[in-house]
Design a protein around this ligand. Structure first.
Ligand code: ZN
Ligand code: ZN
Length: 397
């Protein structure tokens, strides 16, 4: 695999990825990671550095010599509340937190792009490298777009790459149109009354209601593949009563995730689920409250932006997986489509790699130059930024 990065530079980038991996920070708490990004990339001499974007977001801006479009490339700063199971020398040093979505790898791909730009500026327009906060909670993109500082860098085009276990290594999946579903977290709180375990009839236990609700949510599901009419309700957590023997439960919390292809359709699904929950709660004499969380809008790729990714992949002779998108998963990158021509591309992390968000997942370093070169290919088409000669990275595994 050819790459615009020589072996020493690749090793330097990999070492940085491993450093990021050891010090993960959760969504909204990425202060140190943001500082590390600014410091690691200072020698790439960005023309402008915006910090504190929508929280801890960082944008590095590289100007071309002539006027032209603004092209934003996005990666994510945040890690997950998962305890890493691994004997890697660079495993997370923070208990209960880990980069289990590969955002450490995405940041490193972006660092590789910055290194390339420091040698080969855009001919026109501006390249904006955005290190976005809080992707995992669906708050980051929204907060960045709402930040007044973002007006200075509002892009004409926006691009993101996400690694994807289950796809062959370095194979890509990209298309115009729908790429991800919309999703929303729903928490249902049921409240009754505890009782002495010898006299359960004097209490109001939510147990039957919990069982009925779990059973009923299946009736709202439709379709297996993402197409019009697809709906999915996934139970993620149930908590009821205390871990004791002498008291019957007086309250319960049920958490679930709702998914639909269209962002607006999820509100209809939410209404349907809440109506069912309300009926069950009334029949079981329980009071009910609910809250919604982490609303990810669907990600829809613009045709021109997707074509730019396509062309970049063609130049690299990358293999494609054609029937992969749209996926059921969600990504907050879709919001950038509200202000720009945007596209998200999935790149395979290998068939046998654990899925992202699993405790034994790790980003494959081989993807760093591949993802960086895809981004560089896009910048070349839109801003005129040809690659230098191609020192080979053959032999690096
Ligand atoms: Zn994730
Ligand atoms: Zn992710």
């Amino acid at each position: 695999m050819k790459s615009p990065f020589d072996n020493a530079e690749f090793a330097h980038l990999v070492a940085w990825r491993h450093k990021l991996h050891q010090f993960p920070e959760l969504s909204g708490e990425e202060a140190e990671t943001a500082r590390e990004v600014v410091s690691f990339l200072a020698d790439t001499r960005p023309d402008q550095v915006l910090t504190g974007l929508g929280g801890h977001g960082v944008a590095l801006v590289y100007n071309g010599a002539e006027a032209g479009p603004t092209v934003l490339l996005r990666c994510e700063l945040d890690a997950l509340q998962i305890h890493e199971i691994s004997d890697l020398p660079y495993r997370s040093r923070v208990d209960g937190k880990a980069h289990m979505c590969g955002h450490d790898g995405h940041m490193t791909m972006m660092a590789a792009v910055a290194r390339h730009i420091s040698r080969q500026r855009p001919a026109r327009g501006r390249a904006v490298l955005l290190f976005q906060p809080a992707e995992e909670t669906a708050h980051g993109a929204e907060a960045v777009l709402a930040d007044p500082k973002f007006a200075e860098i509002t892009p004409d085009y926006a691009f993101a790459i996400h690694n994807m276990p289950g796809l062959p290594l370095a194979h890509i999946a990209v298309a115009a149109g729908q790429i991800t579903c919309a999703s929303m977290g729903l928490c249902i709180e049921l409240t009754g009354k505890t009782a002495h375990a010898s006299m359960p009839e004097t209490g109001i236990s939510p147990a039957t209601a919990v069982a009925r609700i779990i059973d009923n949510i299946k009736t709202f599901e439709a379709g297996d593949v993402v197409a019009k009419g697809f709906r999915r309700v996934t139970l993620t957590s149930v908590q009821m009563g205390k871990p004791v023997f002498g008291i019957t439960p007086g309250s319960a919390e049920i958490r679930m995730t709702l998914r639909t292809p269209e962002s607006n359709a999820i509100l209809g699904l939410l209404d349907n689920v809440l109506e069912m929950v309300g009926e069950v709660a009334a029949q079981e004499r329980l009071s009910v409250a609910h809250s919604t969380h982490n609303f990810f809008r669907a990600c829809i790729n613009d045709a021109d932006a997707a074509a730019a990714f396509d062309e970049a992949a063609n130049r690299m002779n990358l293999s494609r997986v054609t029937d992969y998108v749209p996926i059921r998963g969600a990504e907050d990158f879709g919001l950038f489509g509200s202000c720009s021509k945007s596209a998200l591309l999935f790149i395979g992390s290998g068939i046998d790699r654990p899925m992202v968000h699993n405790p034994d997942y790790d980003f494959p370093d081989e993807l760093i130059p591949v993802g960086a070169e895809l981004f560089i290919g896009v910048l070349d088409q839109l801003l005129g930024m040809p690659r230098p000669g191609d020192p080979s990275l053959d032999g690096i595994k």
